[in-house]
Design a protein around this ligand. Structure first.
Ligand SMILES: C[S@@+](CC[C@H](N)C(=O)[O-])C[C@H]1O[C@@H](n2cnc3c(N)ncnc32)[C@H](O)[C@@H]1O
Length: 488
C-alpha cells in the first residue's frame, strides 16, 4: 500500500474510534513520512485541533495482555514494555483493535538505533562513527538491553500467546517505533502510542503541543473520584460531571499560517545527539547541542582530589549574576558539567575547577569561600576584557582585598584563571582525541558528509555530530588558550 492509502485507512480508523480532527488540518505524505498541514485558512493560537479519546491510545494498560506485561512507569524499561504490547498488536494484524492506526506506522526507520543500526534502504552504517560523541553515551548498552529483553521476556510471551513470533529484528523495529513516537500521557496509561498526536513532525519553535490531565487515578485511570481514593475512605464514586471529556488534545500555542506544515516539539531542549538517538534525525543547527563531562572524565584530568559534592551543589545553586557578562562561562540551569553550543563552559564546571584550584576549601567559612570565588571570577572578567581589545594585552592587577586579615588568608586568586585554562584545554584535547571519527580528519569527514544524500542518511548525521563536537572543543580550547596568554 502507498503512504496515501495508509493515511486514508488511518483517517477512517480515527473516525471509527471517535478521534476528532479539525477539518482545517490535512494529514499528508511529506518528505519525512506522514506530516500535518493547515488548509487554506490560518488558525489562531489556543485552538484545539485534535481530540483523542483516552480509550483509543495503545499502552501497556490498554493492551489486551496488560495482565501479562511487566509495567514500568518511565525510562527504557517503560519503552520495552510498551514495545512488547505493540509487537503483539502488530502480530495480531487485522484482528487488532488498533489495526487501522498500526498499518500507517513506518515500516523502515533508517538510522534509528532502536530499530537496529542498519537500514533496509541499504545505507551502510557503523556505530564507529559515533565513538566519543554524546550520542555514543546515550546509546550505551541499548543494543544489549533490547536483545536481553527480547530473549528473557518478549519471546517467552509470544510462545505463551501462540502468536506468529516476531524476530529480534522485528522487535528492534517496534522499539524504534516506541522510541520515536510514544508520549507519556498520564499517571494511568503512562507511555503510550497516541494516534494522530504522533503524526506531527518536530521543530523547536513549535505550533502545537499535547494537553492531558496527568493526575488521574493510577489504578483505574479515573479522572473523577473513584474507589481507589483513600481520602474519603468510603469507596464512593462520583458519577457527576459527565460532560468532562476523557480526551487528550493537540492544541495550538501560536498562530498557524494557512497552507503550512504544523509542527509539534518533542522537547524544547533536545540536542542533536538526543534527537538522533531517540528519533533518528538531526536539525541543521541546534542551539541545544552541548558536550557533557562525566565525573570519570573530570577525575582523569583533576586527579583523585574530589571537591565535596554537597559544597559544589550548594554553590552551583547560587545565582552567579555576574556570569552573564562573561564570554567564556554561562549559567546552566540544569547544573551539568558541560560546554554549550557557543563553546562556553557551564558555571558548574567553572566552580568545580575553581574549587579544585583553591587551597584549603573544607576549612574555609562558606561566605569567605564565595567571596574568593567572586573575586576570582571578577579577575577573569578583567582578563576577558583585555582579550577583547586590539591593544597589547595587559595583565590585570590582582583584586584588592578588604583588610589585612583577608590578605593573609586569601589564596592566590591571580593564579587560578591560567591554571583553570590549562585544565580546560587538557579536558578539551582529551575529549577531542576520543572523537576518532573512524580515524578521519575533519576535512576528510567534511568531504564524506558532502558526498552523502541529505535526507535520513545515518552516516551523514553521525558525521555532523562528530564535526560539531570537534568544532566546539576546538573553539573552547582556543578561547581559554587566549585567556592563558593574556596572563603572561
Ligand atoms: C512522531 S513521528 C512524526 C511523524 C512521522 N513523520 C511519520 O511518518 O509518522 C517522528 C518521526 O518523524 C520524523 N521526523 C520528525 N520531525 C522531523 C524533522 N524535523 N526532520 C526529519 N525527520 C523528522 C523522524 O523520522 C521521527 O522519528
Amino acid at each position: 500500500m502507498s503512504l496515501d492509502a495508509d493515511i486514508s485507512a488511518l483517517i477512517a480508523w480515527c473516525s471509527s474510534r471517535n478521534v476528532w480532527i479539525d477539518p482545517r488540518l490535512r494529514i499528508v505524505a511529506g518528505p519525512h513520512g506522514v506530516a500535518v498541514y493547515s488548509r487554506g485558512t490560518s488558525i489562531p493560537s489556543g485552538t484545539t485541533l485534535v481530540r483523542i479519546p483516552r480509550a483509543s491510545v495503545l499502552s501497556v494498560k490498554s493492551s489486551p495482555i496488560s495482565h501479562l506485561i511487566p509495567a514500568s512507569p518511565y525510562g527504557r524499561s517503560a519503552q520495552l514494555s510498551l514495545a512488547l504490547a505493540l509487537s503483539v498488536e502488530l502480530a495480531n494484524g487485522e484482528m487488532s483493535a488498533w489495526h487501522g492506526y498500526l498499518q500507517s506506522l513506518p515500516r523502515d526507520i533508517p538510522g534509528l538505533f532502536w530499530a537496529g543500526a542498519t537500514s533496509t534502504r541499504g545505507d551502510s552504517f557503523t556505530t564507529g562513527w559515533l565513538a566519543g560523541t554524546e550520542a555514543a553515551k546515550l546509546l550505551a548498552n541499548l543494543d544489549d538491553e533490547i536483545e536481553e529483553y527480547y530473549r528473557m521476556v518478549a519471546r517467552p510471551m509470544y510462545e505463551q500467546l501462540r502468536i506468529s513470533r516476531p524476530s529480534l529484528q522485528d522487535f528492534r523495529h517496534v522499539c524504534g517505533l516506541v522510541s520515536s513516537r510514544a508520549f507519556l500521557v498520564d499517571a494511568y496509561h503512562g507511555l503510550s502510542m497516541v494516534p494522530i498526536a504522533d503524526a506531527f513532525n518536530h521543530i523547536q519553535d513549535n505550533h502545537v503541543h499535547i494537553e492531558t490531565d496527568f493526575d488521574v487515578c493510577p489504578e483505574c485511570g479515573s479522572l473523577r473520584q473513584c474507589p481507589h481514593d483513600d481520602d474519603t475512605g468510603d469507596g464512593s464514586t462520583d458519577d457527576g460531571d459527565d460532560d468532562q471529556e476523557d480526551t487528550y488534545e493537540m492544541v495550538s500555542n501560536r498562530p498557524i499560517p494557512a497552507g503550512s506544515e504544523i509542527f509539534n516539539t518533542y522537547g524544547e531542549t533536545l540536542s542533536n545527539a538526543q534527537l538522533f538517538v531517540q528519533y533518528g534525525f538531526v536539525l541543521d543547527v541546534n542551539e541545544n547541542d552541548c558536550i557533557t563531562f562525566s565525573s570519570v572524565e573530570l577525575a582523569e584530568v583533576l586527579g583523585g582530589d574530589r571537591v565535596p559534592d554537597q559544597l559544589l551543589n550548594s554553590l552551583t545553586a547560587l545565582p552567579w549574576d555576574d556570569m552573564v557578562d562573561s564570554e567564556l562561562v554561562y549559567v546552566d540551569g540544569s547544573r551539568r558539567f558541560c560546554i554549550n553550543s557557543d563553546a562556553l563552559i557551564s558555571h558548574s564546571l567553572w566552580l568545580l575547577l575553581a574549587l579544585h584550584l583553591l587551597p584549603q576549601i573544607p576549612e574555609k567559612p562558606h561566605d569567605s569561600l564565595i567571596r574568593d570565588l567572586e573575586n576570582a571570577f571578577h579577575h577573569q572578567l578583567t582578563l576577558e576584557r583585555c582579550i577583547g581589545t586590539d591593544s597589547e594585552v595587559v595583565a590585570p592587577t590582582p583584586p584588592v582585598l578588604d583588610d589585612e586579615a583577608d590578605a593573609a588568608s586569601s589564596p592566590n586568586l591571580y593564579g587560578i584563571i591560567p591554571n583553570m585554562a590549562r585544565l580546560l584545554v587538557s579536558l578539551c584535547r582529551r575529549r577531542a582525541e576520543a572523537l576518532t571519527g573512524c580515524g578521519k580528519s575533519s576535512e576528510e569527514l567534511g568531504d564524506i558528509f558532502d558526498s552523502l544524500p541529505v535526507d535520513g542518511n545515518p552516516t551523514r548525521m553521525a558525521i555532523s555530530l562528530v564535526l560539531t563536537e570537534r568544532s566546539l572543543l576546538d573553539s573552547c580550547a582556543a578561547a581559554w588558550e587566549s585567556a592563558m596568554r593574556a596572563t603572561r
